[in-house]
Ligand binder design. Structure first.
Ligand SMILES: NC(=O)c1ccc[n+]([C@@H]2O[C@H](COP(=O)([O-])OP(=O)(O)OC[C@H]3O[C@@H](n4cnc5c(N)ncnc54)[C@H](O)[C@@H]3O)[C@@H](O)[C@H]2O)c1
Ligand SMILES: [Zn+2]
Length: 365
């Protein structure tokens, strides 16, 4: 088992990473709780809920609530239903909420824990690769009809217990999604690690490599959020690839593209702009080939409406005034934030879509 310690302004917490940890919960837990509510989703529950409940001794009352799998559960209605459940179960200030699932469950259960009785303990048990990113850093949120993550808080878990065995049941699309954020953490920090990832095929990841990648990703994220918890400076670097990604997600929606897949494509675009604006020397072709080899949905670029995409990029909440603050790379491991005008973005997006979208259309015809 690998253990990392994350420092946050409210508390320090441990991240335990290893195979089979769900069976050792009661040994790993730092505190004793008389009541525990496990919040999970309809895909994860049949796989792992029984193990988690069984891991507690008879002196702990463990209940569970299962929400439908998917982003739509990060809703006010679902949140309200979970608060009802907390009240029915008479959870008190010394109870624990466990988030067993991916980023959706972490964000939702975390926001319930942050607000119920002005905050009770919550523990993250991430079950997706993407959740290596979402389970540390203390951002919890639900969505509003007007946009994603508009209702939320900064609220750190008391502990993160990452059972890497649970990753084995993820679909290949969710593996690709998670690796989008893993590659982001590599691009932000370390060219050697990035090169190693470029030699990794997502269809056949060794368990040791997976644990290494998750641990390294969490380290990078932790280092950045520890130095800028409230996103006034370097935490912005974590948005690498995200401005285009959010626009692609809104344009094509879940089913066609997952968050991490969109981020992976967004980072290729960020590399392109970095080459033009900063004369950066970046492994663009190598990364593009890796995306192709691992079936990231680059073909969606052929269907992009550039004007509409730009509009969406400007709606993104990271947009300041009328220009877009874009995270670019001076080189692998050296991110920077640059202001781009609409004109520059339209030009770059047109070039990018023509090159990548066109290439794919050509290949298929
Ligand atoms: N708080 C943060 O800092 C932060 C950062 C990044 C993303 N997020 C949020 O995370 C969410 C995305 O997270 P995600 O990609 O993990 O999505 P998710 O939680 O919806 O999980 C993806 C799918 O995989 C299924 N699943 C989860 N674990 C499984 C397992 N072990 N085996 C089989 N199926 C499994 C889920 O049921 C779901 O259908 C978004 O809502 C995003 O806003 C938050
Ligand atoms: Zn992301």
């Amino acid at each position: 088992m690998t253990t990392l310690t994350i420092r946050s302004s409210s508390n320090d917490y441990q991240v335990n990473i290893g195979a089979g940890l769900r069976h050792q919960l009661s040994d790993l837990l730092k505190n004793n709780y008389s009541k525990v509510l496990v919040i999970t989703d309809s895909s994860v529950a049949p796989l792992y809920l029984k193990d988690v409940v069984a891991a507690f001794g008879s002196d702990t009352v463990v209940s569970s609530e299962i929400v439908p799998a998917g982003e739509q559960s990060k809703s006010v209605i679902c949140y309200s239903g979970l608060l009802d459940r907390c009240l029915e179960d008479q959870l008190d200030r010394s109870s624990l909420i466990i988030a067993l699932g991916g980023g959706v469950i972490g964000d939702l259960a975390g926001f319930v824990a942050a607000t119920y009785l002005r905050g009770i303990d919550f523990l993250q048990m991430p079950t997706t690769i993407l959740a290596h990113d979402s389970s540390v850093g203390g951002k919890v949120a639900i969505n509003h009809d007007k946009g994603k993550n508009l209702i939320g808080s900064f609220y750190s878990p008391v502990q993160v217990i990452y059972d890497t065995e649970t990753i084995t049941t993820l679909s290949i699309q969710e593996v690709r999604s998670g690796y989008g954020e893993v590659v982001k953490h590599a691009l932000l920090s370390d060219s050697k690690w990035f090169q190693h990832l470029m030699d990794t095929s997502l269809e056949s990841i060794e368990e040791d490599d997976l644990i290494d990648h998750l641990t390294s990703g969490i380290r990078v994220k932790a280092q950045i959020v520890e130095s800028d918890e409230r996103e006034t400076g370097v935490r912005k670097h974590l948005n690498l690839g995200h401005t285009l990604a959010h626009a692609l997600e809104a344009e094509f929606g879940y089913g066609e593209v997952t968050h991490g897949e969109a981020v992976a494509i967004g980072m290729l675009f960020a590399m392109k702009i970095s080459q033009v604006k900063l004369a950066a020397k970046l492994p663009y072709s190598q990364y593009q080939k890796w995306l192709d080899d691992n079936n990231y949905p680059l073909h969606l670029l052929a269907r992009i409406d550039v004007e509409a995409t730009l509009k969406r990029m400007k709606l993104d909440k990271k947009t300041l005034e009328n220009s877009i603050h874009y995270v670019l790379l001076n080189e692998v491991g050296s991110p920077t934030v640059i202001k781009l005008t609409d004109q520059e973005l339209i030009q770059s997006l047109n070039d990018f879509v023509q090159k990548e979208g066109g290439r794919i259309v050509d290949q298929r015809s």
